[in-house]
Ligand binder design. Structure first.
Ligand SMILES: [Fe+2]
Ligand SMILES: [Fe+2]
Length: 217
């Protein structure tokens, strides 16, 4: 028998208010981590001004990436159809909050500031997340898996260029990499579709734009 496709779930007013609260908290309030910061047991290394500036730039990029992750997960959870998928998305988002807290603290310790462009990245990523959720859960999860893989590749690249003696930043990036790969695996387990190559390429280009701007501003 012909079966109508499931309609996208649209959020109610109470959900919108709650989500707006999340936006404000993500952008304005300091994030906190339930887990110990991965670098808590490591001493601060001697870094010259150029090394400090470079490490801070990379941590600022990672922080902006986590702002994007918050918005993406929030948008996707708002519109995901399957409650089990929504719960998994919220659980992963909680780990992203911890990443926010870790990168925030590294940026401060390196004497720098968070990206001024974060509200822009948040708005763009929220719109992308909502759209991905509306397209359907398999594509939503596919988008998530690909995002996490691309973030993982960035983190690996950062490990290659961070000052070798900056063990604190390296410990944070290594744990984040481990978590992001877990998020990608989770999305695949939940039934993620493999995205078409051109879409992956567009995602790669937009993340390049974000990283080069957040490194500087
Ligand atoms: Fe993350
Ligand atoms: Fe992640």
């Amino acid at each position: 028998m012909f079966k109508l496709p499931a309609l996208p779930r649209l959020p109610g007013l109470d959900a919108v208010v709650t989500e707006f609260d999340t936006v404000l908290r993500t952008l304005a309030a300091p994030a906190t981590s339930g887990r110990a910061h991965p670098d808590a047991h490591i001493d601060e290394a001697e870094l010259d001004e150029a090394e400090k500036r470079h490490a801070a730039g990379l941590m600022r990029v990672n922080h902006s990436g986590e702002i994007c992750a918050q918005a993406l997960y929030q948008g996707q959870a708002l519109t995901a159809r399957d409650p089990a998928n929504r719960d998994a998305l919220r659980q992963a988002a909680q780990e992203e909050v911890e990443h926010l807290a870790w990168t925030e603290r590294r940026i401060e310790a390196l004497g720098s500031h968070r990206s001024l462009l974060n509200p822009l990245w948040y708005a763009g990523s929220l719109a992308i997340g909502v759209t991905a959720g509306l397209v359907g859960d398999r594509w939503n999860l596919g988008f998530l898996a690909e995002t996490e893989r691309q973030v993982g590749a960035h983190l690996q690249a950062h490990l290659g260029t961070l000052p070798p003696q900056d063990a604190k930043s390296r410990a944070v990036v290594e744990q984040m990499y481990h978590d992001e790969m877990g998020h990608a695996d989770l999305a695949v387990e939940l039934g993620a579709a493999e995205l078409p190559l051109p879409l992956k390429a567009v995602m790669g280009l937009s993340s390049k734009l974000m990283t080069s701007l957040s490194y500087r501003f």
